[in-house]
Ligand binder design. Structure first.
Ligand code: OVM
Length: 406
């Protein structure tokens, strides 16, 4: 088996992992990274194999670097992410009932309205930071409201998410930085997760109603709200920031989207395939395992490179080309198997709403400075993306007011 001296938790790797990910992927189906004493899989086929076998490649020892069965984790493990069947099936079902298709459909008009409002404001400004003013702001507003967070310092939720993703890495400098105020941020989060802090109609309150019905305990409900806040915000912020970056640097792709808004859904998938906001996480072998003929010992951490699968030339033609018309089916940007993202439909609604609103008004994006990256060990995201936009008048809405004749 190939042994590689690559540190995938360096900032430079996370910002621009593609060259080294190719090296890892081409070295073999499984490689060893002695720096962390872990194994890694990065080919699409092998990532799917590992994620399909949720018992052999367990989540119950944590999906971060720390084996929580042996060492104390920095926070109480998630009761949906860091458990196996049958426990997982139960908590997963509670969340997926709250995030049901019907629930999401009823949110869509409000998400669209808020997206149009924000895009109108940004188009008027012309110059703005696509991270601070758009990618962070929109999900913080609409997802925050959907969960039922009290108004106030919601930026803390982003900080908490960053900490959760950094916390899945090794105890490196990024971990230390993200966890500098671990007590303060964790206290803030547990306060937001209390029933009394949440609005009575949001997803949070509905998780507590599952407790009223005896499906879970109240403590479980609090932990599931924590899961929504851990997983639901920084990820969509990242996807949205990368979407703008991709369209600013591929104007012909933006033109395609504007000409045919039916492509928007696939464009969302393509951004997630090619950028892999949720770049990697771990599983732990529950016994000796074999992946594409390579043996992995028991009780061993296996690093699963979502970003490797998304760029695997065995699966994708021209994997490094951003192409909103390609067939994106089978991408694993939302994971795969029983732990695949439970909020993915909600993420899609958010991303679709904002891309639709932008496609209706923005004719061209131009970067006015360099993108800066933010690296949280297992999550890649942007911290700033200065842009200027050229725009068209709000045709559709003007037409409606004018009686539909434009
Ligand atoms: C959780 C969770 C779920 C998915 C991702 C994640 C930090 C956390 O249940 O807390 O990332």
């Amino acid at each position: 088996m190939q042994v590689l001296d690559i540190d995938p938790f360096r900032d430079e790797f996370i910002a621009d992992p593609w060259r080294e990910l190719t090296q890892i992927r081409e070295a073999g189906p499984v490689v060893r990274l002695p720096m962390y004493d872990v194994y890694a899989v990065s080919r699409h086929e092998d990532v799917v194999h590992v994620l399909r076998d949720s018992q052999g490649f367990s989540s119950a020892a944590g999906v971060g670097y720390v084996n929580v069965k042996k060492d104390r984790p920095w926070r109480a493990p998630s009761i949906v992410l860091e458990v196996d069947k049958p426990l997982h099936s139960h908590t997963r079902r509670v969340i997926s009932q709250v995030l049901s298709d019907t629930a999401l459909r009823s949110l869509e008009p409000e998400f669209d309205r808020r997206a149009a409002e924000l895009v109108d404001e940004l188009v008027d400004r012309r110059d703005f930071d696509a991270v601070a003013d758009l990618a962070r702001r929109y999900p913080t507003d609409v997802f925050g409201d959907a969960v039922g967070l009290p108004p106030g310092d919601r930026a803390k939720a982003l900080e908490y998410g960053a900490m959760a993703f950094a916390g899945n890495g090794p105890p490196n400098a990024e971990f230390q930085r993200a966890a500098a105020d671990v007590d303060g941020v964790a206290r803030w989060v547990s306060e937001q997760c209390r029933r009394s802090a949440l609005t009575s109609t949001g997803f949070g309150a509905q998780l507590y109603r599952a407790a009223d019905r005896g499906l879970i305990t109240e403590d479980d409900a609090a932990l599931l709200v924590r899961s929504l806040l851990s997983a639901g915000l920084d990820t969509t912020v990242s996807a949205l920031a990368f979407a703008v970056m991709r369209f600013a640097t591929n104007p012909e792709q933006w033109d395609l989207l504007r000409q045919d808004p039916a492509l928007i859904q696939n464009a969302v998938e393509e951004v997630i395939r090619i950028e892999a906001p949720f770049l990697m996480f771990f599983r732990t072998t529950s016994g000796p395992q074999e992946v594409s003929g390579v043996k992995i010992p028991a009780e061993t951490k296996v690093l699963v490179f979502i970003g490797g699968a998304g760029r695997d030339p065995r699966k994708w033609e021209r994997p490094d080309d951003f192409d909103v018309r390609r067939d994106t089916s089978g991408h694993v940007g939302f994971g795969y198997g029983i732990h695949r993202c439970v909020g993915q439909a909600l993420a899609r609604v958010e991303l679709r709403s904002i891309l639709s609103a932008m496609a209706a008004r923005v004719t061209r994006w131009t970067l006015t400075g360099d993108a800066t990256y933010e690296c949280h060990n297992t999550l890649r995201t942007l911290s700033s993306l200065p842009v200027t936009v050229e725009s068209a008048p709000a045709l559709v809405r003007a037409a409606t007011i004018g009686g539909g004749r434009g």
